[in-house]
Ligand binder design. Structure first.
Ligand code: FES
Length: 82
């Protein structure tokens, strides 16, 4: 099973707009989901005005909130379960 790749923008703008708080949300997910994730920080995704940005499975998501992040991850994780 391929892991779901999450790359949190580590640039200053996204940091100021809540990227660290988004990363902390991952701790609230059950281990059965977090075990499917590959999480890292990345350089500025050049979409600073719409941060915080997270590249998930190669797609950049903008203005990500804790709620939207959890929803995206749960959707992708559910799609991985066969
Ligand atoms: S700082 Fe995140 S897109 Fe530039």
């Amino acid at each position: 099973m391929n892991k779901i790749t999450l790359q949190f923008c580590g640039g200053t703008a996204c940091h100021m707009k809540g990227a660290p708080e988004l990363m902390a949300v991952l701790e609230l997910l059950p281990e059965q989901i977090t075990s499917q994730l590959h999480v890292s920080l990345t350089h500025c995704l050049e979409n600073c005005g719409a941060g915080p940005n997270v590249r998930i499975g190669g797609v950049v998501h903008s203005r990500v909130t804790p709620e939207s992040l959890i929803a995206i991850i749960k959707n992708l994780a559910a799609g991985q379960v066969k």
